[in-house]
Write a protein that binds this ligand. Structure first.
Ligand code: PRP
Ligand code: URA
Length: 210
């Protein structure tokens, strides 16, 4: 693995991230932005999918072209906020399967608590991309990947939108074999484990439960 952490500084992602952070952005627009950023991140996270050559008849002649070489993907959102990223990535890879891992952070201990897990039955044949907009302490992402590793997928990548330096360090130390894609690394965590400046509580903003 050449590189473990990819910070996506593409202007379209950075522009959308600005409006995502804005406290005046309502749930409808917030959901749309999460979905669009996930779609753009997915473009980069799938860059290494192998291609095979095929011949395609155009109306004019035979073109020597390429298609993705039968690689199977699974997206696994961490509930709840990861759900907001699913629509965008499925726009890019409609044939992917979707598993779910339910984790919430105990507000006092900040430790993740697992409450649900349902993964594709053929996960051993699949490359997995885990989805969660926020990597704060890193506890939820680390635990989700640990749970998924028990099912032996072919590979695992982790896609978030904002990471805290603390979470990034913890995650890369816990799972040095998992590549991580994010749109920004913020300043620090506050005393409540929120990313500063961040965007607030992603799940609450997606589902309007503030
Ligand atoms: C949020 C977020 C991550 C987690 C990140 O979920 O979606 O899963 O916090 O924090 P961590 O890196 O410190 O573990 P939350 O626990 O608020 O649950 P929810 O998505 O159900 O609201
Ligand atoms: N979870 C969130 O949704 N936001 C944060 O800033 C930290 C954890």
């Amino acid at each position: 693995m050449d590189k473990q952490v990819f910070i996506m500084d593409h202007p379209l992602i950075q522009h959308k991230l600005t409006f995502l952070r804005d406290k005046n952005t309502g749930s409808k627009e917030f959901r749309q932005l999460v979905s669009e950023i996930a779609m753009l991140e997915c473009y980069e996270a799938t860059r290494d999918l192998p291609l095979e050559e095929v011949d395609t008849e155009t109306p004019v002649a035979v073109a020597h072209t390429k298609v993705i070489a039968g690689r199977k993907l699974a997206f696994i959102p961490i509930l709840r906020a990861g759900l907001g990223m699913v629509e965008g990535v499925l726009e890019m890879v409609p044939a992917a399967k979707v598993g779910h891992i339910g984790l919430y952070r105990d507000p006092k201990t900040l430790q993740p608590v697992e409450y649900y897990s349902k993964l594709p039955h053929d996960i051993e044949e699949r490359d997995v991309i885990v989805l969660d907009p926020m990597l704060a302490t890193g506890g939820s992402g680390i635990d989700a990947v640990t749970i998924i590793k028990r099912s032996n997928p072919k590979s695992i990548k982790f896609m978030c939108i904002i990471a805290a330096p603390e979470g990034l360090k913890a995650f890369t130390e816990a799972h040095p074999d998992v590549q991580l894609y994010c749109a920004a690394v913020d300043d620090h965590l506050n005393d409540h484990g929120y990313i500063v400046p961040g965007l607030g509580d992603a799940g609450d903003r997606i589902f309007g439960t503030l």
